[in-house]
Write a protein that binds this ligand. Structure first.
Ligand code: SF4
Length: 451
């Protein structure tokens, strides 16, 4: 049996599995975590430590058909200004609870489209955060930039307030594909915006592209990757398009018969992957590429690569606080997610309370399994000594788990005294293998295709 047939037999082309940006995954959150728990976890952050902050801006000028993000379209600034005032109230609440001397190791603005905020809104938000929790020395401030929604004044405002990493959405450069997914963005606009970013001294540029789009062929994805390489991004995320029109209604506008098959998706991924590797990029985890010397590359080489709700990171802060509607926070004791509906979020913050709506308190083997899954997603291996040292598993438990998983994935896994490792040929199965360490009910909805 060749490798593709073996991957097919092990479920690569049929399974729907979590992306494991958290463990347990968000469908397992419950209303057990509310604003009082969130406030307590904030107050438990050690004085003078570093945290990460995520700010969610759930607005876009136009809603792209392929996108399943929680966001709403608006042609005017007034709902965004209203939301911003509530986000500032939430930041003020955080200030009342945050211990002394805490600084930011990372701040990320995402959405939605954070860059639809006018320059004065950007200033207002950045100043509100800086008053409460200043950036640590060497900290990173990144912003998701929509090339269709940015101009010199907004970019200047971001740079003035310390933005030092820009994340640019690309998807695919082919006009036919752009038309079919409802997102028109020419190569020239993307090139010019990246030029404007670099002209302002920002030398860290990320780009996101998608494989598995309608009408995408090997030739077309190769052309997109080559065009992207001509812009020399420092990091690239190569995500699989997830067609879930029953959940993301806008996707009903995308013709299902134009979508590639799972086998074609693997070929699209491999085509793009090879081009990045030929160009000297290093492969990071399951779907990222980075230039040698980039922070993710260094983290990967030194075993410090981590995974959070934004994907791969070299951030080592123990607490990630998410503010804004639907934003998720992670603390040493568990996860907390804000109310998803913008109206509910606004109501709660207006009442002077944190907007937590659900979450999860770690219990039992949660943190050990979370680390094992994260280690597979980041390094394709689990270090027996690290798990034993940090989690003191019951005698024989690791051996039992490793034996079962290696029997379930013959020829794809190696178990040694040092731990468990996914072989190169088994790496497309990483999320399926990670699932074998997941102790929660898999029938919960919300997973994406393994390939
Ligand atoms: S891709 Fe970006 S701009 Fe388009 S709908 Fe999604 S968040 Fe909005």
């Amino acid at each position: 049996m060749d490798n593709q047939a073996q991957l097919a037999k092990l479920g690569l082309f049929d399974a729907r599995v979590p992306r494991y940006t958290s463990y347990p995954t968000a469908p397992h959150f419950s209303d057990a975590v509310q604003d009082n728990v969130f406030g307590q976890w904030v107050r438990e952050i050690p004085e003078n430590s570093q945290i990460s902050l995520y700010l969610h801006i759930p607005f876009c000028r136009n809603l792209c058909w392929f996108c399943a993000c929680r966001t709403q379209g608006t042609q005017t600034d007034s709902p965004v200004r209203g939301y911003l005032s509530h986000l500032k109230e939430e930041i003020a609440l955080l200030a009342q609870n945050l211990p002394k001397g805490v600084t930011l190791s990372r701040m990320h603005w995402g959405g939605g489209t954070p860059t639809l905020m006018a320059a004065d809104m950007i200033e207002e938000l950045a100043e509100a955060v800086a008053e409460v929790v200043p950036m640590a020395k060497g900290g990173e401030f990144s912003v998701e930039i929509d090339p269709n929604q940015i101009d010199e004044s907004r970019l200047d405002a971001l740079v003035r307030h310390g933005m030092n990493r820009a994340s640019v959405g690309v998807q695919d450069f082919h006009p036919d594909i752009q038309k079919t997914i409802g997102r028109i963005q020419s190569f020239e606009i993307t090139r010019d915006v990246i030029g404007m970013i670099r002209d302002r001294g920002i030398n860290s540029v990320n780009a996101d592209i998608l494989f598995g789009l309608p009408h995408q062929s090997k030739e077309r994805i190769a052309e997109t990757v080559q065009k992207l390489l001509s812009l020399s991004p420092d990091r690239v995320a190569l995500y699989g398009y997830d067609h879930v029109p029953w959940m993301a209604k806008r996707q009903q506008l995308i013709p299902t018969d134009a979508l590639p098959t799972p086998v074609q998706r693997l070929k699209l991924y491999e085509t793009a992957r090879r081009l990045f590797l030929w160009d000297g990029y290093r492969e990071i985890g399951i779907d990222h590429f980075a230039k040698p010397g980039d922070g993710l590359d260094i983290a990967e080489r030194t075993g410090r690569l981590r995974r959070n709700f934004q994907g791969y990171t070299d951030d080592t802060a123990e607490a990630l606080i998410g503010l804004g509607a639907s934003a998720i926070s992670k603390f040493p004791k568990g996860y907390a997610q804000n109310l998803s509906s913008t109206a509910d979020y606004i109501q709660r913050v207006t009442d002077g309370r944190f907007a937590t709506g659900r979450g999860h308190v770690f219990e039992g083997e949660d943190t050990m399994r979370a680390r094992m899954i994260e280690a597979l997603m980041c390094d394709f291996r689990i270090d027996r000594a690290e798990i034993t040292r940090d989690f003191e598993p019951k005698p024989g438990l690791l051996d039992r788990m490793f034996t079962e998983v290696s029997a379930a994935f013959p020829d794809m896994i190696e178990v040694t005294p040092a731990g468990l490792e996914i072989r190169k040929e088994g790496r497309p199965l990483t999320r399926i293998i990670a699932r074998a360490f997941d102790d929660y009910d898999m029938s919960k909805a919300g997973h994406s295709p393994a390939m």
